[in-house]
Design a protein around this ligand. Structure first.
Ligand code: C2E
Ligand code: MG
Ligand code: MG
Length: 698
């Protein structure tokens, strides 16, 4: 540590006490010549009154005085100020060793003898001032420290390593709801409140610091509040060490950082952490004996992520904040709400970008949850002004409504609410779904299927069928579409509409996608050996497959390996691709197209059809969805859609395939409308690779 600096002597105020005027003046003059500021007292009584009225840095106190002697003055002063607070140097006759001893025992810091040897006196004065100033600055910094802590609302702790006692300040205890008068003074009193998940880390950090392996202690952990919830606290500390480096004590602060940990910084409403904490608390085994109903709502703001691109990050953040506050207000301020629905308390939190959650405790009955969901939906649907324009948002909501005694744990509840949310989203924007037991069963059987699917890939249970694509003008086979099949050993054939989404959710889509492409290309190679004319091969790619890093390289790899001509391959994607990062998708499609690979938009007309994108992306084929084709001979609107799609495609130089042709009427009409290609049960159902080989041979 740096040696404390001596303050300038002209800051130092010394009181010279002597009832002999000449002695007094002599001392004063010499001190002032050295730059000290002085004051004088002409006897013991005046000395006492001046000391109690002013702040001196030192007193030079004559022992022999007529009215009140120096020892009495000293004794009196020491009742309130110790040697570090006010240094007192006794001035005495040379032979008065007895009274000097008495003075030192009575709390004098030092003494000088008359007649005064001034250089010696100055040396002693300076020594005492040095000690005094060191203490003074220490005291000041301690006070500042304490003040700062009070200001920052921190608690203090001070652990004496030698005797194992810990001092915890009142604020420290208040922070955790402890009774400040209760006995609480050991390390274990503290550790018993620390969340088991963080306890070891905290102890380790203290140990490390005590061993001198870290500059300071700094740990965040959860501590149990007397109200039964956990608070996030930050503990900081520094050890003070003896000359041998051994820690003597470690002391520091405790700050409540719960807010920063459990509140969402953007909306300043609670985050998922706090929500889960609350839910766990609610469903805690010991408490759930108390009967009652609760409901959890997972709320997803529809299309917000997609709109971020159009709106920009600032406006979309504004939307999130506005909705958060609206939800909050509707739940909080409207006491009528709780009366209306008879939910005792609600918690709202933000879980993710466009995801919120609401917990309603103490719901009256089963009808509370749907009513509350309806209410939440209305709150969200109110228009929001963005850049002077009114925008309306919708939300998909997944709900779990349960009773506390059902024995569910918080993570189960969230999992159920999420699956309800997925179902709600599938129904389209603005819907809500209540989780029910059947759904749970479905979830379980899905999980089982996922395990099975993993095995299926390894056990060769997957196969490809091929559906011929026909040139409508002459009925010849132009190519085929590869369609995946799963021959489940127990459940029979599982259609792709069931297992492809499952593969996407479980991440198996990459393996399956690679397998499909490689298998189809290998098959294609065999056909070409027997066929006179080129055969086009269409392969379906899901959105996730398309977004996979390096998808172009993987495709080209497989084409090289199987010796397939890229010009014969068409990749089918759905319109959902238009919702994605267009620049990136455009890059991928362009790279594939530059290799000669065709790009087809599948199920055209069912999704987010955007003509604008069609002209911007390298699209080579459109496949009109079979819902339009099915209606084309009976429904004028369907006819109009097919016709305009054909016209538009023609003008863009895009080839069209009509999907799902089932009747001769449909075929005839599509020919009239000048559709070039067709595919459907009317011609062929999907068939095996060998069967297809037979078709093209003849
Ligand atoms: P898609 O690509 O639109 O394929 C056409 C679907 O319509 C096929 O169903 C086919 O069997 C069926 N279909 C064909 N003609 C007719 C008809 O005349 N009437 C009726 N009602 N249906 C017809 P499938 O094989 O069940 O495939 C369903 C969807 O699964 C496909 O729709 C495609 O999106 C997806 N899919 C199939 N195989 C794969 C694959 O290997 N990878 C990926 N990512 N998706 C695949
Ligand atoms: Mg397809
Ligand atoms: Mg299709």
């Amino acid at each position: 540590m740096d040696k404390p600096k001596l303050p300038l002597q002209d800051d130092t105020l010394i009181l010279v006490v002597d009832d002999n005027e000449m002695n007094r003046d002599l001392l004063v003059r010499r001190l002032e010549r050295r730059g000290f500021i002085t004051d004088t007292a002409d006897g013991g009584k005046q000395a006492l009154s001046k000391i109690s009225a002013n702040t001196y840095d030192m007193v030079l106190l004559d022992i022999n005085m007529a009215d009140l002697d120096g020892i009495s003055v000293l004794t009196k002063v020491r009742e309130t100020q110790d040697t570090t607070q006010l240094p007192i140097i006794m001035v005495s006759a040379r032979d008065a060793s007895e009274s000097i001893a008495e003075a030192i025992n009575g709390g004098a810091n030092d003494y000088i003898t008359k007649p005064i040897d001034f250089p010696v006196a100055i040396a002693r004065i300076n020594t005492q001032l040095e000690v005094y100033n060191a203490h003074k600055s220490l005291r000041e910094s301690e006070e500042r420290y304490a003040l700062a802590f009070r200001g920052a609302n921190d608690g203090l702790w001070d652990w004496n390593i030698k005797d194992g006692s810990v001092y915890y300040s009142d604020r420290w205890k208040e922070m955790l709801g402890l009774d400040i008068n209760a006995k609480f003074d050991t390390p274990d009193d503290w550790f018993n409140l620390v969340h088991p998940e963080e306890l070891e880390k905290l102890k380790q950090a203290i140990e490390t610091h005590l061993l001198g392996q870290s500059d300071a202690l700094e740990q965040e952990y959860r501590a149990l509040h007397s109200d039964g919830t956990f608070r996030w606290v930050l503990t900081r500390g520094v050890a003070s060490r003896g000359a041998d480096g051994q820690a003597l004590r470690i002391s520091g602060s405790q700050t409540d950082v719960t807010r920063s940990k459990v509140y969402d910084p953007i909306t300043s409403i609670p985050n998922k952490f706090l929500f889960m904490d609350r839910l766990e608390w609610l469903l805690d085994k010991d408490r759930r004996k108390r009967l009652g109903r609760y409901a959890v709502f997972l709320i997803h703001i529809d299309r917000l992520e997609e709109l971020r691109e159009t709106l920009g990050p600032v406006a979309s953040e504004e939307v999130v904040v506005t909705l958060a506050h609206r939800l909050m207000d509707s739940l909080r301020t409207e006491d009528s709400l709780s009366r209306m629905f008879e939910a005792e308390a609600t918690t709202i939190s933000r879980h993710d970008n466009a995801d919120f959650a609401v917990l309603a405790e103490g719901c009256r009955d089963e009808t509370t949850a749907p009513k509350l969901a309806e209410r939440l939906r209305q709150v969200i649907n109110k228009p929001i002004q963005i850049d002077g324009k009114n925008m309306v948002f919708t939300a998909s909501i997944g709900i779990v409504a349960g009773a506390m005694d059902e024995g569910l744990e918080a993570p189960d509840v969230i999992a159920h609410a999420s699956s309800a949310l997925v179902r709600a989203e599938r129904k389209g924007p603005g819907n809500f779904e209540l989780f029910d037991k059947h759904m749970q069963q479905r979830a379980i059987s899905r999980l089982k299927m996922e395990t099975d699917l993993r095995r299926a890939v390894a056990d060769d249970e997957l196969a490809l069928h091929y559906q011929p694509i026909v040139k409508l003008t002459d009925g010849s086979i132009a190519g085929c579409e590869a369609l995946a099949r799963w021959r489940h050993p127990k459940r029979g054939n599982i259609p792709p509409a069931e297992f492809i989404p499952l593969a996407e959710e479980s991440g198996l889509i990459d393996v399956i996608g690679d397998w499909v492409l490689e298998e189809a290309c290998t098959q294609h190679k065999r056909w070409e050996e027997h066929s006179e004319k080129p055969i086009d091969l269409s392969v379906n790619f899901s959105l996730l497959q398309m977004q996979r890093d390096g998808v172009e390289d993987r495709v080209m790899d497989i084409l090289n390996r199987t010796q397939m001509d890229p010009n014969r391959l068409k990749i089918e994607i759905t319109e959902s691709i238009f919702m994605e990062d267009m620049e990136r998708i455009n890059g991928i499609l362009t790279n594939l197209n530059n290799e000669g690979i065709g790009i087809a938009i599948d199920d055209f007309g069912t999704g987010y059809s955007s003509l604008q994108y069609l002209s911007k992306l390298p699209i080579t084929h459109l496949k009109i969805d079979r819902s339009f084709v099915g209606d084309v001979s009976s429904d004028v609107a369907a006819q109009a859609i097919v016709q305009s799609t054909l016209l538009m495609a023609q003008s863009l130089g895009i080839q069209v395939v009509a999907e799902g042709i089932e009747t001769i009427d449909q075929e005839a009409l599509l020919k009239v409308l000048k559709a070039e290609y067709g595919q459907g049960y009317h011609f062929w159902r999907p068939i095996s690779g060998d069967e297809f080989a037979g078709l093209i041979k003849g």
